[in-house]
Design a protein around this ligand. Structure first.
Ligand code: GAL
Length: 459
């Protein structure tokens, strides 16, 4: 089967994970620059100071993308490279020039830019001064930063993503403390999540009121979700899987598609979940032109009412005590080096769940991929596990499309091996291998495989 005409084939990265040049040309520090300085937070105490040195190598990187036949490139803008201290008064023209040059270079190579405004590198000053995503002003500050981006890049950028993975920011950054800013709490994630939604809504409002009709672009948000399969057909396990999906994806998608948080979250969280008043409802309802989805893995869900369940970072469990869901995997499932199970049908089921719950929105998979322990041998990387991953997940996407899901594009994560957050450089997600000593790029077998899929618009 061929994919639909005009299906968008892309690859994705994010600023802190690839750019390096962490304090060059007037860039201010971000919370990730600071977090990496705390001993023990990142594997081997690594950091993104140099990463793939993409800030200096972007021209050759774009050329490589062109050679691979990539049609669309999803990257993120680093807020503190644009406003060094997070606010308008700290505008950094050299940082703006970098993104402007990157965008021009992509367009010269016929590659469509898809730009994420926030992929986790909050200006450090705003963490100190505003309490990061907990602060009352943070959503307005984000909207001001977004406005500057629309103003300077919107003539050429037609695809905007406000926020990458609100769930990760809230749960890993404010709940489990394993990502910047490293806070541990069972209430802060819900406040941070609320402010992230407000930030998204306010940025979209600015875009729609001032730019969208003249610039003719689209804007949306990208959320992440694993699939949750009921462990048995007992009603309580079916309900547990549903509850887990609502605490994961509906937390952020319901306010946008239905105007309120899921009932199950309101009932279980009480005061810890901020409420959505009429004004906020208006701001959020209908505020995404497409459904951006990042998807990586699947787990079984078992009802654990009354039991004490441990939070599991690797399984993306969330704050399990709020959900009372126990997560597990099938021992026969193959694992990636992140210990995430490879379960392509989970991707299909999740796409169908989104179709049903949100009335068949246009969906873009803005990230999907896997980490393996790839080695260069005789100048080549034969990553057959990743080839298999892409093949089977894309087959699952086709099944979803055949069943009526309006899937319009797919972005492989990631173009390059890069700084994998708390896991450092050891976990390699790239289709292109990067030797971090020499900065040499070597396309893996999966890159060539992906090229051929793009070429044929079919697997
Ligand atoms: C996503 C994230 C990416 C990348 C990927 C693999 O959650 O947006 O930045 O790290 O996971 O873990």
């Amino acid at each position: 089967m061929r994919f639909p005409e005009n299906f968008i084939w892309g690859a994705a990265t994010s600023a802190y994970q690839i750019e390096g040049a962490h304090l060059s040309d007037g860039k201010g520090p971000s919370i990730w620059d600071a977090f990496c300085e705390i001993p023990g937070k990142v594997a081997k105490n690594e950091n993104g100071n140099i990463a793939c040195d993409h800030y200096n190598k972007f021209r050759e990187d774009v050329k490589l993308m062109k050679e691979l036949g990539i049609k669309a490139y999803r990257f993120s803008i680093s807020w503190p490279r644009i406003f060094a201290n997070g606010r308008k008064n700290s505008i950094n023209e050299k940082g703006i020039q970098f993104y402007s040059d990157l965008i021009d270079c992509l367009l010269e190579h016929d590659i469509i830019p898809w730009v994420t405004l926030y992929h986790w590198d909050l200006p450090l000053a705003l963490q100190f001064e505003e309490d990061g995503w907990l602060g009352d002003n943070i959503s307005d500050l984000f909207a001001e930063y977004a406005e500057l981006c629309f103003e300077r890049f919107g003539d050429r950028v037609k695809n905007w993503i406000t926020i990458n993975e609100a769930w990760v920011i809230a749960i890993l950054g404010y709940g489990q403390g394993v990502f910047a800013p490293g806070r541990i709490s069972n209430s802060e994630p819900y406040l941070a999540g609320h402010n992230i939604l407000l930030a998204h809504g306010k940025a979209v409002k600015v875009y729609r009121e001032k730019f969208q009709s003249s610039q003719k672009g689209v804007i949306g948000i990208t959320n992440n979700c694993d699939w949750r399969e009921p462990k048995s057909d007992k009603p309580e396990d079916i309900e547990a899987a549903e509850r887990a999906l609502e605490f994961f994806l509906a937390w952020f998608a319901d306010p946008i598609y239905k105007g309120d948080y899921p009932e199950v979250m309101k009932a279980r969280l009480g005061d810890r979940l901020p409420s959505i008043d009429a004004e906020t409802r208006n701001l959020l309802l209908g505020s995404s032109d497409f459904f951006g989805l990042n998807h990586y893995t699947t787990m079984f869900a078992t009802d654990a009412t009354g039991k004490n369940v441990e939070a599991d970072v690797h399984g993306n469990g969330g704050l399990n005590e709020d959900q009372e869901v126990e997560l597990s995997i099938d021992p026969d499932w193959k694992l990636t080096s992140m210990k995430w199970a490879v379960v392509p049908w989970g991707c299909r089921n999740l796409l169908q769940w989104i179709k049903k719950r949100y009335n068949n929105p246009p969906i873009y998979i803005t990230e999907n991929g896997c980490a393996y322990d790839d080695k260069v041998e005789n100048g080549e990387v034969d990553d057959q596990h990743r080839v298999h991953f892409f093949k089977t997940y894309l087959e699952a996407c086709q099944e979803a499309i055949e069943s009526g899901v309006d899937l319009r594009g797919y972005f492989a994560w990631s173009l390059f091996d890069n700084f994998e957050w708390a896991s450092g450089y050891e976990k390699r997600f790239g289709m292109v291998h990067v030797d971090f000593e020499t900065q040499k790029r070597t396309p893996k077998a999966s890159a060539k495989y992906y090229s051929s899929i793009i070429d044929n618009n079919s697997i």
